[in-house]
Unconditional design. Sequence first.
Length: 106
Amino acid sequence: MPKITFKDLSGNSKTIEIENGLSVMEGAIQNDISGIDADCGGGMACATCHVYVEEKWFDNLPKAEDAEVDMIDMAHEPKKNSRLSCQLIITDELNGLVVATPEKQS
Ligand code: FES
């Protein structure tokens, strides 16, 4: 299973394995990753699954749909490498992906 690493602002990191087909958010929730709230359960209606994708990965991800981009604007301190983790679906190509959780979720 692909390994995904979550970092927080304190420099702590945790690497978990997430099954293909699940979202990064679903893997985070199943593995008790702190900093991912996912209040809407993946419906792209809350932006509380916001993450910053490590730069070298960002351009290789499928592009965000307009609706995701709009929702990212509602997130706490969005940056150009922001994504909603509920919209990042795990495939073998994402093995090694590194994301950082923001200071807080909106
Ligand atoms: S879980 Fe609500 S937008 Fe991702």
